[in-house]
Design a protein around this ligand. Structure first.
Ligand code: FAD
Length: 388
């Protein structure tokens, strides 16, 4: 019997994981990625909890660990360089397994591990689709028409598939009141520790040392101005945001400018939709339920939701009931993570000097056992929820 075909929009974490798990369910996939190739640069992310468990079941942990970074401790400094805080990720997750890896290395590992039943087409996208009830007719931008049993929109936070399926985005966007920016910078001798943050009220700049001596830089700042992701000069925007930051932050922006880096800027906005599928079209990953970096679980949930899709397909056999079952299982977990993101966003980067000092004081003096009980307890209960 021929395997049913899924067209997957986006060769990111969700799309590639979906192709792997669909193979397990007896499907084949065509993954279309609009970028001409896999990106080289990319921000750092932490994989733990449900996502780590899925990666383990995909047999990827050894490869992910080989590409991972050892980040034991994060030193926070203020704009004068004074140490504010030292946080270890282990304080939050205790003995739960964890890898720190660049998004690009995670995506590359997934791409290298694709089954024979999946094909990736770079420089390609979906120009249109029509759900015919028993199939979806998908028109590719390159001109080809494909008949598929399922179309998956795994095209990230700004998903075009979502907008075609459910209309303009305004109702599902939940801005958390921040923007972020990520870029690489070539300044190998800038720091003696692996992970440094410079923080002041309303703004945080973080630097991770990469294997090649470069730094992965990330800024997060409070800002409610709309449309900054379209600012024509991103470095000028970052200079404005960092005007009161430590000198090192401003120097590194100069380095980035001399090297011709083009920072990515986007808002920290969650996606909250009443449904993740309609007929034979399903949204996965950030396209369906962007959690933002505040939760630290978006990539993990992109992996885990692909596995949950396979489980629902295998259990029910029929597509539409399987999509309903997939959503029913995933929704309580995503709901918990989004509630946590909303709560954490309030204290993530305090806006006023007073709130900033209070937050740092509390973080410095809070018993580490309390922190870990909260975070590792939450991650463990999400692992349990997924088993139901
Ligand atoms: C700075 C930062 C830090 C983060 N830290 C963490 C962390 O510590 N832990 C964690 O688990 N998560 C973290 N996340 C979240 C995580 O990166 C995302 O949740 C995850 O990448 C979502 O995967 P995705 O496949 O849904 O989307 P993406 O990774 O965004 O992939 C979408 C893909 O679709 C492609 N695409 C888009 N539009 C089209 C189109 N029209 N046609 C074809 N292809 C298209 C894109 O090029 C891309 O390849 C972080 C995110 C950011 C920004």
């Amino acid at each position: 019997m021929t395997r049913p075909l899924a067209v997957i929009v986006g060769a990111g974490v969700a799309g590639l994981a979906a192709a792997w798990w669909l193979d397990r369910a007896g499907w084949r996939s065509l993954v279309v990625e609009r970028a001409p190739e896999l990106r080289e640069n990319g921000y750092m992310l932490g994989l733990s909890g449900l996502g780590f468990e899925t990666a383990r079941r995909m047999g990827l942990v050894e490869r992910l660990e080989a590409a991972s970074f050892r980040i034991d401790e994060n030193v926070y400094r203020d704009s004068s360089g004074r140490e504010l805080l030292r946080l270890r990720y282990r304080d939050f997750i205790r003995d739960l397994p964890y890898v720190a890896i660049r998004r690009t290395d995670l995506v590359r590992t997934l791409a290298e591990n694709l089954p024979d039943s999946a094909e990736i087409r770079f420089g390609e996208t979906v120009a249109g689709f029509e759900d015919k009830g028993d199939r979806v007719e998908v028109a590719l931008a390159g001109g080809e028409r494909v008949e598929a049993a399922l179309l998956i929109g795994a095209d990230g936070f700004r998903s075009a598939t979502r907008q075609v399926l459910f209309g303009p985005d305004r109702d599902c966007l939940q801005p958390l009141g921040y923007y972020f920016s990520v870029y690489d910078v070539d300044a190998p001798k800038a720091f003696t520790t692996d992970f440094v943050s410079y923080a002041e009220p309303g703004h945080l700049a973080e630097y991770y040392a990469l294997h090649d001596g470069r730094l992965a830089a990330m800024h997060v700042w409070r800002d409610r101005r709309p449309g900054l992701e379209r600012a024509p000069d991103k470095l000028a925007l970052l200079r404005e945001v960092s005007a009161r930051s430590h000198r090192q932050v401003r120097d590194l922006l100069d380095h980035a400018e001399r090297a011709g880096e083009t920072p990515v800027v986007d808002s920290l906005t969650m996606i909250d939709l009443p449904n993740w599928s309609k007929g034979r079209v399903l949204l996965l990953g950030d396209a369906a339920h962007c959690l933002t970096l505040v939760s630290g679980q978006g990539a993990g949930m992109a992996l885990a939701s692909a596995e949950m899709l396979e489980r629902a397909l295998t259990e029910t056999g029929d597509l539409l009931p399987a999509l309903a079952r997939h959503e029913a299982r995933l929704r309580p977990i995503i709901g918990r993570l989004q509630t946590r993101s909303r709560k954490m966003a309030r204290v993530f980067i305090p806006q006023t000097a007073f709130a900033f000092r209070m937050r740092n004081f509390i973080m410095r003096h809070m018993p580490r056992s309390l922190l870990s009980r909260y975070f590792s307890g939450a991650i463990r209960s999400e692992i349990e929820l997924a088993k139901q």
